[in-house]
Write a protein that binds this ligand. Structure first.
Ligand code: ADP
Ligand code: MG
Ligand code: ZN
Length: 489
């Protein structure tokens, strides 16, 4: 029987505020800081301590909610989610439950199947837990607790079950990461676990033409994925596993599973708790989070142009392909760099600029591990190089070479071209002469070409370019070469 997958996502994003959600402890890089050096009685859960809401965390959360087009709750409420675990010193997590910070948002994604809008169910604030490290083995087995992360502000963003494939889920998560980075509320550093993704996956019989969709199937939740690759693979794996189970006449149980990245399988963690198990109740030590119209208006006005709007503008205003626009808008700094280059030079075409940035420049940067903030090539300098190529002052291959030198030395393109005499030669007489010399030097190859070995054309072309030190205009060379090969045959 053909099945349809139904997936909803819960994403936890750390908020990069200076201090924690309910105390003055700094938010530190938990992969670097010495354990338990950013801890106070509040985030250590000592009896008698009281939480105080971090206003900056609320504003970060509101920024995200507004960027996602949510309705803001004028009075959201913190709640206690009770459970016992060694990384949770209070024995409960302060979260939001019945009255979240915001509701009803959306994100537009573009997949191989086209454009799609994913509805966001809720956005709420909570606090992170500590981190456990399991060490030793046998009788020496023990667990280390680091509370540096306990109480770090988290924003949970929950979607409706609108996804139908692993690809859609991955692209949504990448789009959300991009938005969080544009808003400067999260570093997007996946390896550091600042964004954790939990897909809820079920399958149901596919809808037949004109038919009603079947009710939702039983869902399995995959915990704590922190890479897009793992997200896509785990989702696709679960879809296959559930389909096979149903085909075999088994039932899918509502469980929580983990992803084994090495074996590429999901592994049972626990049978899912019901909401009753958490004994949620309103947090008695905190007031509702009151948000007024004026604050919303101010935060709205302060939002940057977001990736989707920028994508549309890059396509229409700059005439970029959807692919090129998508690559450039993902990171704000890259999009800014492209626009600065386009603005600095009215002659150069934005399309060519986009190609040079996403092709050659990214290649050089990746190879050397250089990020945009440390790049020696200023936007207007890149535009100058692209202009020299577009105007035929240097050819494409020379352009790449010049870019390499700009990358290493920070010198201007014109300066490098002048100093090294790299100007492209288009002079027809000169090139005709070079072609003549080349044909005279390789009589055997010329003869083979004429008896039908056509691939030798490119080889002879290469010899002429070599004679010209790579500076000859390739189009002129190609013309002269085919003319002379024809003339004397
Ligand atoms: P929790 O997992 O905390 O109990 P919810 O019940 O609100 O929270 O659901 C969490 C996520 O699971 C949401 O993204 C929702 O869209 C998705 N979801 C709910 N039911 C299903 C289902 N049958 N199949 C797939 N996803 C589902
Ligand atoms: Mg869940
Ligand atoms: Zn603290």
């Amino acid at each position: 029987m053909p099945y349809e997958a139904v997936i909803g996502l819960e994403i936890h994003a750390e908020l990069a505020t200076r201090s924690k959600m309910f105390c003055a402890c700094p938010v530190v890089d938990t992969t670097v800081a010495a354990p338990n050096t950013a801890v106070c009685p509040v985030c250590a859960g000592m009896p008698g301590t009281l939480p105080v809401v971090n206003a900056a965390a609320v504003e970060y959360g509101l920024r995200v909610a507004l960027a996602l087009g949510c309705q803001i709750n004028p009075g959201s409420i913190f709640a206690r989610k009770n459970y016992f675990y060694p990384d949770l010193p209070k024995g409960y997590q302060i979260s939001q439950y019945e009255e979240p910070l915001a509701r009803n948002g959306r994100i537009t994604i573009r997949t191989s199947q086209g454009e799609k809008t994913i509805r966001i169910r809720r956005v709420h604030l909570e606090e992170d837990t500590g981190k456990l490290t399991h060490a030793g083995s046998g009788k020496q087995a023990h667990t280390l607790v680091d509370l540096n992360r306990a109480g770090v502000p988290l924003l949970e963003i929950v979607t409706e079950p609108d996804f139908r494939s692993g690809e859609e889920v991955r692209i949504y998560a990448q789009a959300l990461r991009s938005i969080l980075r544009y808003l400067e509320v999260n570093s997007g550093d996946m390896q550091k676990g600042v964004m954790r993704i939990e897909p809820n996956i079920s399958i149901r019989p596919a809808v037949r033409e004109g038919g009603q969709p079947a009710p939702l199937g039983t869902r399995v939740e995959v915990k704590n994925l922190n890479s897009f690759r793992a997200l896509e693979r785990a989702t696709n794996y679960e879809i296959q596993r559930q389909a096979a189970a149903l085909e075999a006449g088994e039932v899918v149980h509502q469980v929580t599973v983990g992803w084994d990245d090495a074996k590429e399988i999901t592994v049972l963690q626990r049978v899912k708790e019901g909401e009753d198990d958490y004994r949620y109740f309103p947090e008695p030590d905190l007031q509702p989070v009151v948000v007024d119209e004026a604050q919303i208006a101010r935060l709205h006005a302060e939002l940057p142009e977001l990736p989707e709007a920028r994508f549309q503008r890059f396509c229409t205003q700059h005439g970029l392909t959807e692919y090129a626009a998508g690559v450039l808008v993902e990171e704000k700094a890259v999009a800014d760099y492209f626009e600065a280059a386009a603005a600095a030079n009215a002659v150069v075409t934005p399309k060519a600029l986009a190609n040079w940035i996403s092709g050659e420049l990214f290649g050089l940067m990746n190879q050397a591990g250089v990020t945009l903030d440390r790049l020696l090539i200023r936007a207007e300098a890149l535009a100058e190089l692209v202009q020299l190529v577009e105007q035929g002052k240097i050819n494409q291959a020379t352009g790449r070479e010049v870019l390499g030198e700009m990358f290493r030395s920070g010198k201007a393109a014109g300066e490098i071209v002048r100093a090294r005499g790299l100007e492209q030669v288009s002079d027809a007489d000169f090139i005709t002469g070079l072609v003549g010399e080349t044909l005279a030097a390789y009589p055997q190859e010329v003869a083979d070409y004429r008896t039908g070995k056509e691939t030798l054309f490119n080889w002879l072309f290469g010899q002429v370019m070599r004679k010209a030190g790579g500076r000859a205009n390739p189009q002129v060379v190609r013309q002269a070469l085919s003319k002379q090969l024809k003339d004397t045959s």
